[in-house]
Design a protein around this ligand. Structure first.
Ligand code: SF4
Length: 371
């Protein structure tokens, strides 16, 4: 009887707190709501694996605690990723776009469990990454790799290239010892590097060559899936094209699957098969490249895409200028998180968060305009 009373009390508390905007919530109410959301997602049934997909992400949540004071009391949470779901088919590339600070990189790192996830499900080839113990996860590491944004800081300055590329290959016994030298030569050639580069150090290479080394280090482990976190944004435009083309060639040759994180829409258009648009920790639109470029539905996507320069002097650009800056993920607006900047905002938008709907086959959007 006591347990039933407690449950009813918790339900009443949740209903009361849900009626308020984030700014009106007390700290206890906010903690109660977030805790309830985490519990609800943890209680969801396991998702079913489709063998066509390499990666399946369902309701991914990553909250970073904000600690203050001498005793590091948790006074709030940065909701960096707040319920993101998508699938990536084998041998394809999904582009993930959005402003800086929207949670793109956190999605990539959380999928690979470089960050511990708060809640949600991630399936890699049907394996539940979110439930894997550390030892099992380590065995899986070669199959899921990451290429980082900065080719300068992601390579150890003290190791020669052969060691940088070969260290993990040796650690995971990817090839027999006696074949190691030939294997490294082959991988380096695949990535446009010469075998005589093996004994050189990272400072002896240009930015583009360093990113080739990072790519070689990843593909040497024979991965199935690579998270590419803005791999060309630190490079010159001419070098960007070379690296993107190299990645596309390797994808064809090795059957790789990419999650390509970028804020550069022209690059994403070139390499992606499907595109997800993120805003303040949520995926607001997801569709094939063709659908999303021909018919962007979410007002945020429209604004982003209106900023793509068209190489035609007679073309008059119709830019949608977003007002204000991206709100803090520690204190996001109530309802639709985009309502403080949306030109099409309606009364319901500040009160109720929109659900993600499939507006046309394969085209998903979270916006009250499509209710
Ligand atoms: Fe704009 Fe409302 Fe749609 Fe949010 S739900 S994007 S505020 S129209």
């Amino acid at each position: 009887m006591e347990a039933v009373d407690k449950t009813n009390e918790a339900v009443d508390k949740t209903k009361e707190a849900e009626k308020k905007t984030d700014a009106q919530l007390t700290r206890q109410e906010m903690f109660h709501l977030l805790g309830q959301r985490i519990k609800d997602i943890q209680a969801e049934p396991a998702i079913e694996h489709d063998p066509e997909n390499v990666l399946e992400v369902h309701n991914l949540l990553k909250y970073f605690p904000i600690k203050t004071g001498l005793f590091s009391h948790v006074t709030g949470y940065v909701r960096a990723v707040d319920g993101v779901s998508f699938n990536i088919k084998r041998g394809t590339t999904m582009g993930l776009v959005g402003e800086s600070g929207c949670g793109k990189t956190t999605v990539g790192k959380t999928i690979l469990r470089l960050n511990d996830m708060t809640a949600g499900q991630v399936l890699f080839n049907g394996i539940k990454i979110h439930e894997l113990p550390k030892g099992e996860l380590r065995k899986l590491r070669p199959k899921i790799q990451m290429i980082f944004q900065d080719p300068y800081s992601s390579l150890s300055p003290r190791l020669p290239i052969a060691e940088i590329i070969g260290e993990a290959v040796r650690e995971h016994n990817v090839v027999p010892k006696e074949e190691m030298d030939d294997y490294l030569d082959q991988v380096m050639k695949q990535c446009g590097l010469q075998p005589y580069h093996k004994d050189r150090y990272p400072h002896e290479f240009s930015g583009g060559q360093r990113q080739r080394i990072c790519i070689a280090r990843s593909i040497a482990l024979k991965p199935d899936f690579i998270v590419c976190d803005e791999p060309v944004s630190a490079l010159d435009v001419s070098i960007q094209a070379q690296i993107i083309n190299l990645m596309m060639d390797l994808q064809k040759e090795l059957g790789l699957t990419y999650l390509f994180i970028s804020h550069d829409l022209s690059v994403v258009e070139h390499i992606s098969d499907t595109i997800g648009v993120m805003y303040l920790g949520n995926l607001v639109e997801y569709a094939s490249k063709e659908q999303i470029f021909a018919n962007p539905l979410h007002p945020y996507t429209e604004a982003l895409f209106s900023a793509i320069p068209i190489p035609d002097p007679d073309y008059k650009m119709k830019r949608v200028i977003l007002q204000g800056s991206i709100p803090s993920p520690a204190n996001p607006p109530s309802g639709c998180k985009f309502h403080t900047r949306c030109a099409k905002c309606m009364e319901i938008c500040s009160q109720c968060a929109p659900e993600t709907k499939e507006v046309e086959p394969g085209h998903f959007v979270a916006c009250h305009l499509y209710d």
